[in-house]
Design a protein. Structure first.
Length: 91
C-alpha cells in the first residue's frame, strides 16, 4: 500500500469523567474502578451513564465491536442491574 506519514482529519471524542469520580458521586459502584479497562469514559458515554443512573430511558447505539464499545456496554449492564435491584438489608 502507501507508506506514511499519515494525516488523520477525524476528531477524537470529548473526554468524560473518570470512573473514580463517577464512583465518588455514587453513580458507579466503587469496585468498577478496579475492573474497568479504561480509567475514564468518553463524554457521550458519561452522559448515557448519568441518564441511566437518574432513571431516564436511554437508547444506546454502537457502530462497532471494538474493545472499548464492549467494555462500555458491559459497564451499562452493571449500572442498569444495580439500579433495578432492591437494596438488601445488611446482616
Amino acid at each position: 500500500m502507501f507508506k506514511g506519514p499519515y494525516v488523520s482529519l477525524s476528531r477524537s471524542f470529548r473526554q468524560g469523567a473518570a470512573i473514580a469520580d463517577l464512583a465518588s458521586e455514587n453513580i458507579l459502584h466503587p469496585h468498577l474502578e478496579n475492573i474497568a479497562e479504561y480509567p475514564s469514559l468518553y463524554g457521550h458515554q458519561e452522559k448515557a451513564v448519568r441518564a441511566i443512573s437518574q432513571g431516564k430511558t436511554t437508547l444506546i447505539s454502537t457502530g462497532g465491536r471494538g474493545k472499548r464499545n464492549v467494555s462500555f456496554i458491559l459497564l451499562l449492564a452493571i449500572v442498569c442491574n444495580s439500579k433495578t435491584r432492591t437494596p438488601q438489608k445488611e446482616l
